[in-house]
Design a protein around this ligand. Sequence first.
Ligand code: ADP
Length: 302
Amino acid sequence: SIVIIGSLNMDMVVRTSRAPNAGETLFGQDFALSPGGKGANQAAAAARLGADVRMIGRVGRDTFGSELLEVMRKERIDTEHIGQSEAQTTGVASIVVDGEGENRIIVVPGANTEMGPADIAALEPVISQAEIVVMQLETDLTMCAHAAAIAHRHGIPVILNPAPARELDDDFLQHVTYLTPNETEAGILAGMDVNSVDEAGQAARILLQKGVQNVIVTLGSKGALIVNKEGCLHIPGFPVQAVDTVAAGDSFNGALAWQLTQGKALAEAARFANAVGALAVGKQGAIPSLPYLPEVEQFLLD
Ligand code: ADP
């Protein structure tokens, strides 16, 4: 199975013509609650393609927590190792979208950051049975580094989607088999500006020197760049009408993980993940925008 260690959030989205000033109250146009968090999105992306997914994470013992668990179960994800915190609330993202489509987001991670190294160490039997482990950085950093070390010790490949970008120790990076930053994240991790495919390649090479085995930089509509000791390979994206880029990166990571467990070569896996990413940006929302396998297969034939 694919073991995904990551965040679950409830997104609370308010639409308004403009953001309020301090002390001001405005009427907005509409409100939506939608399940999200990078971990939950990536788990759903892989599960919709047919993967057997187990998720490790934490929500609160509250309404949002129960709702997120229910959503994960509906996506056929194993939720046995999603704990419910007694002390912390479920992670939330408070999102204000103004008339220009500009977002202002406040994330309160809550229960997502509760799991520490000792909690993940107790789950070593789950990690050691995985075909691949997938992580992002919306949870506790020390816990993630510890999980990567455990997976490495058992010879299990690790995908790290370094989002949101945070400074990472070299010994964490040495346990990462596939690092999947977008261009901004690649730049932050490598300590340089990334404004072109060329610069993405340079940043990736810096990360390889820090001990990562493969770097896959996602390039939005331009697809992805694979950089490893064999060299540098650009896998072009699929042209689509982008409606909403939310969960593009998450769908790419879920798809990449599933393809790798199917024994696909990295280049082929990245091409498939580009197709899944393209389909996800063609639809509104996070989890609702994620494609099922037949849709992807048809898209690849067209
Ligand atoms: P993030 O959402 O994390 O910033 P990207 O923008 O790089 O990541 O998108 C992730 C993947 O989604 C890309 O590698 C690509 O496969 C796909 N994708 C994103 N935007 C587009 C787009 N406009 N057209 C086609 N594919 C896209």
